[in-house]
Design a binder for this molecule. Structure first.
Ligand code: BG6
Length: 508
């Protein structure tokens, strides 16, 4: 986070779901990091809303405890105290109009005490079923009206809908009481520095963009691999699955930033319009393509990092005969001048051999084997790899001559590693997003059409799966690179996945 950026506008941040996991693990450290970076305004306070019947003192104590437990690093007491003095708690049910009446009173008192100018940011860190009802109740209580020069904004967490129809319904509901400019739909992948860097990499350098098209690119692979299994999220995950959990949101952020046309400026509307155009250009799956080009699978018991991991079906709150996918791989075609004929292969899964997120651009091979002893297909492919996590950086692979009298070649790499170059302060990824919302910059948030365009792409697969009996759901051992069906998806096109651990060998 840029230390020289100006502090955000005076405001009150109201967190619905202040006793939840997201608040404790990510929002509290993010607020603290913003304070450390001097990006919170002096006129600031936080109101937590939760069902817990706790008083203000307990809320303040718990905030400090959560910060220390979050693993965010050393805590500077002065900064924690600065925040603590500005914390309040409003107990109540999210569906109860009385909660909002009490909240209105607490807001008025807090505004007066901290001179926050009536500006208010409501953060919905709650289960998705209450997003719509909370917005409606806020509106009923008159809390989202922007008048007398103050602003009212609402941050909505993911998942935004469960499918296209529910996302459209939620958009309709909230747009009935809020202007689009008041709505900040979050996708935490856009808070990651390396994700934002995709745009800088492409559009602030002259040398890559001329190559960034069907003339030079053979295909693109986007991977978000996790070693974590479903852990204690069985209830949510079993009703969700890998496709809904990761693809229309996080993976499509990576896809759209990689594939979009240059926007006319780095402003919210221009960037978001270009992102939507990419998804609108994805060739829609017919029912047969959805089966052929989308692979789903579930993990069975295996070993990850020398530890035994139980099968997904054995996890808490997962049905013993669950057919929910924990892995998904898909092949997309984008019908555009730039990308015609360039397949985009996307994959994500839980309980895989390595944690690794990356965008790999594979360039076309040299046209013929000038070096007769090394056939073209054995030349190192020119890959450009944008590494998102855990390592953050950019790697370019190419062929080089092995020293010696004969012309023999090997694959080598040029590597840029973020950490070697930039000394970054601790960050959860939420700092930028909260700060941007406070200054009214929606570039890194999803507009209604972005969300719906993402769901529209995956909906045929959801429909096809709902019809199919999933008795033959492919399985993969925990700790592997995924199911062989995913390898077959690429093998059909004469290609193969990059190794899941980022090495240079074949995928599994
Ligand atoms: C969340 C998903 O949105 O993103 C999780 O619900 C997933 O299932 C997580 O583990 C991945 O985020 P990150 O930042 O760890 O890559």
């Amino acid at each position: 986070m840029e230390p020289q950026a100006r502090p955000a506008d005076p405001c009150i941040l109201v967190i619905f779901g202040s006793s939840g996991d997201l608040t404790k693990r990510l929002l509290i450290p993010a607020l603290y990091n913003l304070r450390r970076a001097k990006l919170l305004p002096e006129a600031f306070s936080v109101i937590g809303v939760s069902r817990q019947a706790i008083d203000q003192e307990t809320f303040r104590r718990d905030f400090g405890a959560s910060l220390r437990e979050s693993g965010n690093g050393e805590v500077v007491d002065d900064d924690l105290n600065w925040l603590t003095e500005r914390l309040y708690h409003q107990p109540g049910e999210f569906n109860d109009p009385a909660t909002y009446k009490n909240l209105a009173q607490l807001l008025a008192k807090t505004d007066e005490a901290h001179h926050t100018g009536g500006n208010c940011l409501f953060y919905l860190a709650t289960p998705p079923q209450v997003f719509g009802p909370i917005v409606q109740r806020l509106a009923d209580a008159g809390l989202v009206r922007e008048e007398e020069g103050h602003w009212r904004r609402v941050i909505i967490e993911k998942p935004f809908g469960h499918d296209l129809a529910s996302a459209q319904a939620l958009n309709r509901d909230i747009l009935g009481v809020l202007a689009e400019s008041q709505i900040y739909r979050i996708d935490h992948y856009l808070g990651k520095e390396t994700v934002q860097n995709v745009l800088v990499f492409r559009f602030a350098n002259g040398i890559f963009e001329p190559l960034w098209n069907r003339n030079h690119i053979d295909h693109v692979q986007i991977t978000v691999a996790e070693t974590l299994g479903v852990e204690r999220r069985g209830k949510f995950y079993d009703a969700t699955g890998a496709l809904r959990d990761m693809v229309p949101n996080h993976l499509f952020q990576l896809l759209t930033l990689t594939a979009m046309e240059p926007p006319t400026c780095f402003g919210a509307e221009a960037v978001r319009s270009e992102k939507s155009k990419v998804l609108e250009g994805v060739r829609p799956f017919g029912p047969e393509d959805a089966r052929r080009n989308v692979v789903r699978a579930q993990y069975v018991a295996g070993i990850i990092e020398n530890k035994r991991v139980d099968a997904y079906r054995g996890a808490d709150d997962v049905a013993p005969d669950s057919v929910t996918e924990t892995y998904v791989a898909l092949k997309l075609a984008i019908d555009s001048w730039r990308w015609a004929g360039v397949p985009f292969y996307l994959r994500t899964g839980k309980a895989l051999a390595a944690r690794r997120s990356e965008i790999a651009i594979q360039f076309k091979q040299a046209p013929f084997a000038l070096f007769r002893d090394t056939p073209v297909e054995r030349l190192t492919p020119n890959d450009l790899i944008l590494q998102i996590q855990p390592e953050e950086g950019v790697t370019l692979r190419f062929s080089a001559k092995i020293p010696g009298p004969n012309v023999r070649m090997d694959g080598v790499e040029m590597k840029f590693n973020y950490q070697d170059h930039f000394k970054a302060a601790p960050s959860t990824g939420y700092e930028t997003l909260i700060y941007d919302c406070m200054i009214g910059d929606a570039t890194l948030f999803q507009r209604a059409d972005n969300i719906e365009a993402g769901w529209r792409v995956v909906q045929p697969a959801l429909d096809a799966w709902a019809k199919d009996r999933a008795e033959n759901l492919p399985l993969y051992p925990a700790g592997s690179a995924g199911p062989s069906e995913a390898d077959a998806l690429l093998a059909r096109d004469g290609r193969r996945w990059r190794p899941i651990n980022g090495g240079n060998g074949p995928s599994s």
